[in-house]
Design a protein around this ligand. Structure first.
Ligand code: SAH
Length: 457
């Protein structure tokens, strides 16, 4: 094996021009073709960089001083956002963020020799801030009192924050009310190192259309001292609150929520609407966090499906049935499959509440259920898939090939696995018929969501 010579050493300071931006939004500087990743620098910028970590294949560096500025750089008012994972792309102007996302898919296609496929400009938001309808905020004791904020990137060090920049400001206000009540009643913050203390996380959700707020207090203990007073304080301090829940998570894990919920006040759930359909949201439900962009995403997917009320549709990875129920209005029959049983219960309930009776939901692994449906002879006209980041299992693609729907709509949250799956779909006879449409679901972050339409060759 050729000996690898690493051209930099830890602690070294070098001046370089940033060549590229990784899919995680870090700048890349090349030293004799050896990459150094540097957060918060942009392509074209010259910077003084201090090497902080060295491995055989790459190094990490820290920005010391910016020598030239990219025209795409925006000054971010509060440097704390840069320390945390809240807005990792916040230094890039919004139009440039949208181009970055489009470009990322193009680059991955090129690497896979699929450069004949076109990518449309990313659909963005008019106001790409304050969009999140959900916050999960860690609680820690520091600087002599209980604090809420966000973790420093790559660590569990809390940075106290009051304005979270990308969350609905009403949610930020609710978090402060909760924080002050926890301080007032001397509730002990959970300490990850010792496993002791009470309050771990505050989760707040707010319906974009309904304006209903849910506050979830995640505790390490079964008992929440002064629960009644705290709930009463939230009710008077957060006028829109409809539900206050204690969630018990006694495990020493990074998982935020436990399985046990006790409603302290009000309803067990809140409601919101997407494309005019009412959804019930419980503390553990998966619900899209950017409702405005989710509507655009679903509208794009539904329009691409070309439905006229006569089609049979499968919605694989259906969650609480958001896509299925939006599609049901335009289809003869919709089948949804999802791995989380509670989500399927929500989906069934959501169908009932909205008086939708042509949607059927099953709990299962999408890949297994698809193979089963295929053996049972189900012939969908349209297949919609919206998988998690790891993309699709090959068995699902094989089953899809055998079921032979006229159209497949792929909603992807990870362009790398999307491109891999498009190659696999090509081998079972499907080709992409329209430019891939990125829709920006997570402004100020590098996440890329897109919709792809395929038809049988
Ligand atoms: N379409 C929904 C959910 C998309 S998120 C929406 O837009 O709201 C992806 C979903 O896939 C999650 O709900 C997750 O629980 C589910 N999931 C993950 N792996 C799965 C599998 N192997 N089979 C079925 N569902 C799965």
């Amino acid at each position: 094996m050729a000996k690898i010579t690493v051209p930099v050493h830890k602690g070294e300071v070098l001046t370089a021009t940033v060549a590229d931006l990784t899919y995680e939004g870090n700048g890349v500087v090349k030293v004799d073709n050896y990459p150094v990743f540097v957060p918060y620098v942009l392509p074209g910028e010259q910077a003084e960089i201090k090497i902080t970590k060295v491995t055989a294949k790459f190094a990490w560096g820290e920005l010391q001083q910016l020598l030239t500025k990219s025209p795409d750089r925006v000054e971010i008012n509060d440097a704390r956002y840069l320390k945390t994972g809240i807005a990792p792309l916040g230094i890039l102007s919004y139009p440039a963020q949208l181009k970055f996302k489009q470009h990322q898919i193009e680059e991955l296609l090129k690497k896979a020799h699929l450069d004949e496929l076109k990518v449309a400009p990313t659909m963005g938001m008019d106001q790409p801030y304050h969009y999140r309808n959900k916050a999960q905020v860690p609680v820690k004791y520091m600087r002599g009192q209980l604090q809420t904020g966000f973790y420093k990137r790559g660590s569990h060090d809390l940075v106290p924050i009051e304005d979270f920049y990308i969350q609905d400001p009403k949610i930020d206000q609710a978090i402060l009310v909760v924080r002050d009540l926890l301080r007032k009643y001397n509730i002990r913050a959970y300490d990850e190192r010792t496993g002791r203390g009470c309050i771990r996380t505050v989760m707040v959700r707010r319906g974009y259309y309904s304006h209903e707020i849910m506050v979830v207090l995640v505790t390490n203990t079964k008992q929440l001292p002064h629960a009644e007073e705290i709930a009463a304080g939230i009710v008077s301090g957060v006028p829109e609150v409809k539900s206050i829940v204690q969630n018990v998570n006694t495990k020493r894990t990074n998982k935020l929520l436990g399985l046990e919920n006790h409603t302290l006040w009000g309803s067990d759930t809140i409601h919101d609407q997407l494309l005019g359909i009412d959804f019930t949201i419980s503390p553990l439900s998966f619900y899209q966090v950017n409702p405005q962009q989710t509507e655009k995403l679903y509208q794009t997917a539904i329009a691409a499906a070309g439905l006229d009320g006569t089609q049979t549709v499968i919605d694989a990875y259906c969650g609480i049935g958001t896509i299925s129920l939006a599609v049901a209005k335009h289809a003869k029959k919709v089948y949804g499959v999802e791995i989380v049983p509670a989500a399927i219960e929500d989906a069934k309930q959501n169908a009932k509440v909205n008086q939708i009776d042509n949607a059927e939901f099953v709990v299962g692994k999408a890949e297994e259920q698809m193979a089963k449906w295929q053996k049972e002879g189900l012939k969908p006209d349209v297949l919609i898939v919206d998988p998690p980041r790891k993309g699709l299992d090959e068995t699902l693609i094989d089953a899809a090939g055998k079921m032979a729907p006229a159209k497949i709509i792929y909603v992807s949250c990870n362009p790398a696995t999307l491109v891999r799956d498009l190659q696999r779909f090509a081998s079972v006879g499907y080709h992409v018929v329209k430019p891939i449409q990125p829709v920006d679901q997570f402004p100020q972050t590098p996440h890329v969501e897109s919709v792809v339409v395929m038809e049988r060759a």
